[in-house]
Design a protein around this ligand. Structure first.
Ligand SMILES: Cc1cc2nc3c(=O)[nH]c(=O)nc-3n(C[C@H](O)[C@H](O)[C@H](O)COP(=O)(O)OP(=O)(O)OC[C@H]3O[C@@H](n4cnc5c(N)ncnc54)[C@H](O)[C@@H]3O)c2cc1C
Length: 436
């Protein structure tokens, strides 16, 4: 039998790519597996004009290892566009370019046999001293033994119950938009969801990206189309210092904070809001086409029925009454949901969960798996309620990966602490005592 790996990674999205990129100088046997045949980053939402909501300096490695060859700056140099990039003086990097950067890193990891694309992890079995991954590779089965696991398998599309029976080419989750290329010419389109994805879709629909819709109706449960808070003090929630304190808070307090901080990660960027408002102004006042856009904030989707076209039943929380609108096509921008991937189903009952069925994660992102002994199972991107609102975001991807590596190696490979934070999140010594 093969010697077990020290670490196997399931998934090669940005979170696990960061771990793989930061492991490159370590004398470990490790390999990452991703089911996609080639690397891509949320291809269904690669819409024209979509921008990264995070600084390019918060790439896969720079925040903890600025000399790492997998940085965004190294990518710019390798692509021979460093000076042009600087001259372009962009406020934000396009999502398309960041996806290309991720693909460039993935390509290097593939070349050094640290990443295998087209490898779908079907099952993880516990063999006592090690885990055994069962992979499907080009239709064939293969097993890989490993002592430790790092899981960053992404999230699943959240579809409201009332929409589930109606899923089709005419009613689908936003993640599938690019793949379906919807035909909207002359049709009424309802976009459900008032976050960044909903905003980007409305903008692209009005710009005629998929044809000229007769009407776009934008439904949002929120009281208005609200901005992403990207101000300096709010950004302090996306720092190691804050996560360090947050993780030590009682569960109930963490829960309340996540809800209270929602708009720091789930609002619409100011650039997109301005572009939208200018587009609406043009439609209403200059083009005389105001009836092509219907903005419905403060509406919660309650039910959908189909009689030829769709009828969306909504509760208007401004007026306190039920309303409805009709559409020929519905795009659900209703977000993503954390999930444990199916391949872990045989281990599921052995993970410690909180009262709401969420994984309990250590400060170093290790799940608490009964009878795992010295073996570790790290889970990335699923700790919103253990590590705070930065957890599903790119902001701390490098730092998070460094924490995993330090824990795995049982020594400080990377310095994950920061010099004296500007904000005092707690004055209690046990809350703020030094980050390793
Ligand atoms: C459209 C969009 C834009 C975003 N933009 C930003 C942004 O600008 N800034 C920000 O901070 N955050 C952003 N996010 C949030 C977050 O950073 C991303 O979702 C990020 O991709 C999460 O990384 P991940 O590695 O956890 O998961 P993913 O990127 O979803 O990758 C998971 C990978 O796991 C693979 N996989 C799953 N199961 C298996 C299996 N059983 N076997 C093998 N492979 C498997 C999948 O094929 C996939 O490649 C965005 C999210 C979306 C949806």
């Amino acid at each position: 039998m093969d010697t077990p790996l020290d670490l196997a990674g399931i998934g090669a999205g940005p979170f696990n790519l960061a771990v793989a990129a930061l492991l490159h100088r370590q004398p470990l046997a490790y390999c990452f597996f991703d089911r996609k045949p080639s690397h891509s980053w949320h291809p269904g939402l690669m819409l024209p004009g979509a921008e990264l909501q995070t600084s390019f300096l918060k790439d896969l490695v720079t925040p903890v290892d600025p000399t790492n060859p997998h940085s965004f700056l190294a990518y710019l140099v390798a692509r021979r566009r460093f000076y042009d990039f600087l001259n372009a003086d962009q406020k934000a990097v396009g999502r398309r370019e960041f996806a290309d950067y991720l693909g460039w890193v993935a390509g290097q990891l593939v070349d050094s046999n640290r990443l295998q694309m087209g490898s779908d992890v079907q099952e993880v079995r516990d063999r006592g001293d090690f885990f055994e991954l069962e992979l499907e590779v080009s239709g064939a089965r293969k097993t890989v033994p490993t002592r430790n696991l790092c899981i960053a398998a992404g999230k699943e599309a959240y579809v409201p119950d009332c929409a589930r029976p109606l899923l089709s080419d005419h009613c689908f989750h936003a993640l599938e938009t690019g793949l379906r290329q919807p035909k909207v010419e002359g049709r009424r389109v309802a976009v459900v969801g008032g976050g960044q994805t909903g905003a980007e879709l409305v903008l692209n629909l009005l710009d005629g990206h998929w044809g000229k819709p007769q009407q776009v109706q934008w439904v949002s449960r929120r009281q208005n189309f609200l901005p992403l808070d990207e101000s300096p003090f709010t950004n302090a929630w996306f720092t190691p210092d804050y996560v360090h304190v947050f993780h030590r808070l009682p569960a109930l307090r963490r829960e309340g904070l996540v809800e209270a901080q929602k708009l720091a990660s789930d609002g619409i960027s100011t650039t997109t809001l301005k572009a939208l408002y200018q587009r609406f102004y043009q439609l209403v006042h200059l083009d005389g086409e105001g009836d092509r856009i219907v903005l419905l904030p403060g509406r919660e989707l309650r039910d959908i029925s189909r009689t030829g076209s769709y009828e969306l039943g909504m509760f208007n929380s401004h007026a306190g009454e039920l309303e409805s609108c009709r559409a020929d096509l519905i795009i659900l921008c209703t977000g993503l949901r954390e999930m444990l991937p199916d391949c872990l189903s045989t281990l599921r009952d052995r993970f410690a969960m909180d009262g709401r069925g969420r994984l309990v994660l250590s400060a170093d992102f290790a799940a608490d798996l009964q009878d795992a002994g010295e073996r570790q199972v790290y889970v990335l991107g699923s700790g919103r309620y253990t590590h705070g609102i930065a957890e599903p975001q790119l902001s701390l991807a490098a730092w998070r990966a460094a924490r995993v590596i330090n824990d795995l190696m049982n020594r400080r490979i990377y310095d994950t602490g920061q010099a004296g934070g500007i904000l005092q999140w707690s004055t209690r010594e046990e809350m703020v005592s030094a980050v390793a």
